[in-house]
Design a protein around this ligand. Sequence first.
Ligand SMILES: NC(=O)c1ccc[n+]([C@@H]2O[C@H](COP(=O)([O-])OP(=O)(O)OC[C@H]3O[C@@H](n4cnc5c(N)ncnc54)[C@H](O)[C@@H]3O)[C@@H](O)[C@H]2O)c1
Length: 298
Amino acid sequence: MLSIDLRGKKAFIAGIGDDQGFGWAIAKMLAAAGATLYIGTWTPILNIFTTAWKNGKFDASRELPNGSLMEFAQVYPLDASFDYPEDVPQEIRENKRYKDVSAYTVSEVAQQVEQEHGKIDILIHSLANGPEVKNPLLKTSRKGYLAALSASAYSFVSLIQHFGPRMNRGGSALTLSYLASERAIPGYGGGMSSAKAALESDTKMLAFEAGREWGLRINAVSAGPLASRAAKAIGMIEKMVLYYEANSPLKEELKAEQVGAAAAFLSSPLASAITGEVLYVDNGYHAMGMATEVPKEA
Ligand SMILES: NC(=O)c1ccc[n+]([C@@H]2O[C@H](COP(=O)([O-])OP(=O)(O)OC[C@H]3O[C@@H](n4cnc5c(N)ncnc54)[C@H](O)[C@@H]3O)[C@@H](O)[C@H]2O)c1
């Protein structure tokens, strides 16, 4: 029987802060396939996440198909907007959510993971942040635009720069994108659409460079809408979910597990010739050129 077997593989997942998002769903699928998981949780929410975990808040959603509970071998604080300790501004360093935490820049986390666990096989980038996401692009400041690009696109480049040399040949890195990279999605502002366009372009360039340099595969999943914590910040996610459900070839609500399953496949040896790909996991919505729901004439 053909199955996804990731036993003996080590995965680092950047961008888990609760059990509602794609990172969590991907983690569950990788765990179900036998991988050992290390995760990076955004520094300011690390305490909230680990406390909720200890208090059993996630126990029900940790359950794997064989009845066991998903485990993270280690949770690292991570702020993927910073590459080296000297990049962290004083005001952030002294912020109450950062001041008792150390070694959360990308270079430090990659170094620690290797020191503590050796080379990894799978890298997942499931994070994004656009402080002005609610602003139309026409009203986005340069600062907000660059912050979206930094946290949501360059963070993937940085993760691959720092983890790439610490990954086994044949390893896989995956990021999460969205259709707003190539089509106008009203309301997806703040430079987030620009960040997703950069992310998809980078996926191709990194596939070439990291393929030649370290024998790694680099792919993206362009996912349909999911009411995660990050998506709720956009302010219209419920509408997007309903719109996709009404207008997609498969008339269903997308489940995070479906993205998790695609991610597990792309991370596995079954996808060993797939790299530089942006795979749509959106019930086929991207293929549509016209909405099926037409407003009634006035
Ligand atoms: N939810 C959707 O509708 C949707 C659709 C397509 C693509 N995506 C993408 O999926 C990915 C995961 O998002 P999600 O929707 O599952 O939400 P999520 O809230 O589960 O994940 C986003 C994570 O990014 C973390 N984060 C933010 N800034 C960070 C930083 N500087 N350093 C480290 N971590 C940081 C947050 O703490 C959070 O845990 C994102 O790239 C998002 O754009 C989401």
